[in-house]
Design a protein around this ligand. Structure first.
Ligand SMILES: [Zn+2]
Length: 376
């Protein structure tokens, strides 16, 4: 495990390659000072111009969760780019959706947006979550597929070829396989670690039918090309795109945030994934697999923005990363119908023993690494 020399990104992040000890996201942010943002905005205006369609009801589609990034994007696209977006939300089942999530989606509707909700069948959804948790130690394996796939699928069905996403996971997170021809081209999103090239065999082997898994299937390259689908990352055009900024801008526009603390959620500002709570559980598992979680994502941005030093960030990560309240674990176990013991047996199975010492007798897991340094 090696850490980026400049931030606290370890090279355990999937699909990442460091250059001379520096992570891709730090290299990307370093070029920010040289960027001519007005020129980039010009590129964006030229690009979206050909998608303006006065004879249609909408010019573009935005995938939204009702969270901080989607609210900021929706307002910017409508009020600054003057496009008429259709917002598409893949809806969590009622047991999973939080009240805050429902209220934030209502906030978008109250702000004058049309929201199209896709609700995959809840029983299949829940069974897939359980299968993903047992097989990969990742309950969101299927749900993330649905979140990413539903949007282009609907774009094809409704013949709205322009899809706007926020963050470029290649540049801003370091998932290099997603990089397209340009900084804003999102047509390689299908290669994202989450979508993992569209392997559905685990679902079929777990007893789900082709029909069951349709909402989880990302459209093929051929379908995307045939329908001229263009995915554009807005993050490339916005110099101040960050977890924190998006949170602040969205709070000013009516976003409600989670009422909890970083020691229960590892989320420094309580603004991430507000539409459901079990992402906190998944962040804990991610931490035990790769040695970093949500807190690291936050502080890395803050280091790059010059808001905190790397040493200050180490203290914050040591204090909060990988933290997850039992409350969220218990709610999750209840939903997928497993005991807390079964939960920990699975989590231990997927914990990285090179990075963590697992003491089964005392049910404790402790890091073998020092944050910012590596294995000790
Ligand atoms: Zn870095």
């Amino acid at each position: 495990m090696n850490y980026c020399k400049e931030c606290l990104q370890p090279d355990t992040r999937p699909n990442t390659v460091f250059k001379k000890g520096v992570c891709p996201a730090c290299n990307y942010f370093k070029k920010f000072k040289e960027v001519n943002w007005e020129e980039r905005k010009g590129i964006l205006f030229d690009l979206v111009e050909k998608y303006r369609n006065p004879s249609a009801q909408y010019d573009c589609i935005i995938g939204v969760s009702g969270g901080k990034d989607s609210l900021r994007q929706a307002i910017w696209i409508r009020d600054y780019l003057k496009l008429r977006p259709l917002l598409v939300s893949i809806q969590y089942p009622p047991h999973q959706l939080t009240n805050i999530g429902a209220n934030n989606l209502s906030n978008l509707i109250n702000r004058g947006f049309d929201v199209f909700q896709i609700c995959p069948a809840p029983i299949v959804w829940k069974r897939l979550m359980k299968a993903g948790f047992k097989i990969f130690g990742n309950w969101a394996k299927s749900t993330e597929l649905a979140l990413f796939s539903g949007v282009p699928r609907l774009a094809i069905d409704l013949k709205i070829p322009l899809i706007l996403w926020g963050e470029n996971p290649g540049l801003q997170r370091g998932d290099l396989k997603t990089l397209g021809k340009t900084g804003f081209d999102g047509n390689n999103l299908r290669n994202m670690n989450t979508l993992s090239g569209g392997d559905f065999s685990w679902m079929l082997k777990s007893g789900f039918s082709e029909k069951d898994i349709l909402p989880y299937k990302y459209p093929s390259k051929k379908e995307m090309l045939k329908n001229n689908i263009q995915i554009v990352y807005l993050g490339w055009f916005l110099g101040d795109w960050s977890l924190k900024n998006n949170g602040m801008i969205s709070i000013l526009n009516g976003l409600k945030v989670r009422d909890d603390s970083p020691s229960n959620t590892s989320d420094l500002f309580q603004t991430s994934a507000l539409d459901e709570d079990w992402v906190v559980v998944n962040q804990l598992i991610k931490y035990l697999k790769f040695g970093f979680g949500k807190t690291t994502d936050y502080v890395n941005e803050m280091i790059r923005l010059g808001e905190i030093s790397r040493d200050e960030a180490i203290k914050i990560v040591e204090k909060y990363d990988g933290k997850c309240s039992d409350k969220y674990i218990d709610e999750f176990c209840k939903y997928i119908e497993i005991s807390r013991d079964e939960f920990w047996i699975t989590v231990r199975k997927f914990s990285n023993t090179e990075l963590f010492k697992i003491d089964r007798a005392n049910n404790s897991i402790s890091p073998k690494f020092k944050v910012g340094v590596g294995i000790i």
